[in-house]
Design a protein around this ligand. Structure first.
Ligand code: ADP
Length: 483
């Protein structure tokens, strides 16, 4: 990254170039509002050209052996770790999260490349015992084709590799559109693949206008699958636009994660895990706790311990090692958090900590870590994804009561349970309508496990052995034996 200079953010068929429109977008540091650089900003024409090149590269790439494809991923994994510190600094500068979190994200991002370097070699077909003596039934895996990967700004590295790892491993070629706010990390990841010699056209990057690029990708019949992480609203739009060509989709959408704290939970552990889940990335992850349900018997001591710790959280620039709460991504994000707090207070909630924009010495987008009590089901904060550092705490007195509360929203991404009781583990994990459930664990995302939501949080899995199957079509071949 060359601070203050213009950069080419479009990479098609192995060439970095400007957009056809010649426009640029300024990338700023959300902590300081300093300009980092300007990136060429693509549109429809750029996206369509990228699709064409990805299509042209598909036959060669998909016919490589799994072992050959795996080697590129493995080399990219090693390079990512080699450049961990530099990548973490770029990530923090464009996204804002504390450096320690950026380092963890780069490690996690690299782990998806390693995992899919390994899984590339384990995509098996099947031979089905036939019901007819003169017929053989084979099921043969086949790479789907050109993939469009659309990624969000909250995890500028790991959301990219979570999609690139399995799609490239499966033999697909890719057009990647990173979030407009955070293209720099994605550009660095693409450069790593360039450095390790990935064949031209296999991976293409179009930084640009979301609507124009998104429409081009959904409307092109040559894109066979869209893998998307972002809001439910945009996911819905992508689904509608994909109907025309019956495009396959893998959607990781919004969530509204409940944390359920049973009266038998270890209180200090529950407090620390709740804080870690809620305030990681300043509350801006789709699996962040959005609402807490704590058992009435322990509610007072839980709130007291939690609030004491929240008041000591250091807010600041993510590039300072002591920072725990960094900036939010933009002005709209701050306004949404403020709106949720205002609405809750108007409807009877009390602020136990925070509740204001931070008036520190940085120009960026900061909101104090905030705890709300006396909340009810009608408040916005209990229904809409806040995507910010606001933690509403409600209480319950029976397992049945809390299951009903936890399941009452249309979202089904992640839920958490804090308990030491086996009975509660089974009762709750079996009843909760969520794709991911953490029991005494708030960091469930890992390369070897299937991550994905249900209900309006989407469908499709990322990670695990399941993740690569999204990008594989199973062809059934029925063979008659002629005499
Ligand atoms: P967030 O609220 O996390 O910004 P979005 O759903 O708005 O979530 O954005 C996630 C990704 O989707 C980003 O890369 C963004 O640029 C892209 N995006 C936003 N609107 C559209 C659209 N209409 N079509 C395709 N992609 C879009």
């Amino acid at each position: 990254m060359l601070v203050g200079q213009k950069e080419r953010g479009i990479f098609i068929n192995g060439e970095w170039r400007e957009s056809y429109s010649g426009t640029y977008r300024t990338i700023t540091n959300p902590a300081t509002l300093e300009k980092l650089t300007e990136i060429s900003y693509g549109g429809k024409e750029d996206a369509l050209e990228a699709v064409e090149e990805a299509k042209a590269a598909f036959p060669l790439w998909s016919k490589k052996t799994a072992r050959e494809r795996s080697t590129f991923l493995y080399k990219a994994y090693e390079k990512m770790l080699e450049h961990k510190e530099r990548l973490a600094q770029i990530l923090t500068s464009e996204q804002g999260k504390p450096l320690s979190e950026s380092r963890t994200e780069i490690e996690s991002a690299a782990s998806y490349l390693l995992w899919y370097a390994e899984e590339a070699n384990r995509v098996y077909g099947e031979i089905i015992p036939s019901s007819k003596a003169n017929r053989r039934s084979h099921v043969i895996p086949h790479a789907i084709g050109v993939i469009a990967a659309i990624t969000p700004w909250n995890f500028p590295a790991s959301m990219v590799t979570r999609k690139l790892g399995p799609s490239l491993a499966a033999g697909c070629t890719v057009v990647l559109k990173p979030a407009s706010q955070t293209p720099l990390t994605a550009m660095e990841i693409v450069k790593i693949f360039e450095e390790v010699g990935l064949p031209k056209g296999v991976l293409n990057l179009v930084t640009g206008d979301a609507r124009a690029v998104g429409e081009a990708l959904t409307q092109s019949p040559d894109v066979r699958l869209i893998t998307f992480t972002g809001s439910t609203e945009v996911g819905r739009e992508l689904m509608k636009n994909s109907a025309q060509h019956i495009k396959k989709l893998s959607l990781e959408l919004g969530g509204h994660a409940p944390i359920i704290i049973m009266d038998d939970a270890k209180l200090d552990v529950a407090v620390d895990l709740t804080l870690a889940s809620k305030f990681r990335n300043c509350g801006q992850t789709c699996i962040c706790a959005n609402r807490v349900y704590v058992h009435k018997k322990i509610a007072d001591s839980f709130v007291e311990k939690l609030v004491t710790k929240v008041k000591n959280m250091k807010i600041g620039n993510g590039n300072e090692e002591s920072t725990v709460i960094g900036p939010m991504i933009d002005r709209n994000a701050v306004e949404k958090a403020a709106e949720h707090v205002e609405d809750a207070v108007k409807n009877g909630a009390a602020i136990a900590s925070g509740g204001n924009e931070w008036d520190g010495d940085l120009a960026g987008y900061f909101y104090e870590p905030t705890v709300l009590v006396n909340v009810n089901d009608q408040m916005k904060v209990m229904n809409e994804e806040t995507f910010g550092p606001v933690l509403p705490i409600d209480t319950f007195d029976s397992v049945e009561d809390v299951i009903e509360k936890a399941n009452q929203l249309p979202y089904g991404l992640a839920a958490y349970v804090m308990t030491e009781s086996t009975n509660h583990v089974f009762k709750l994990t079996e009843a909760l309508e969520y794709g991911i459930i953490g029991v005494n664990d708030v960091f469930p995302a890992t390369a070897e496990a299937p991550f994905g939501g249900i209900k309006e949080s989407g469908f499709g899995k990322e990670g695990g052995k399941e993740g690569i199957h999204e990008f594989v079509e199973m062809k059934y071949v029925s063979i008659g034996i002629t005499e």
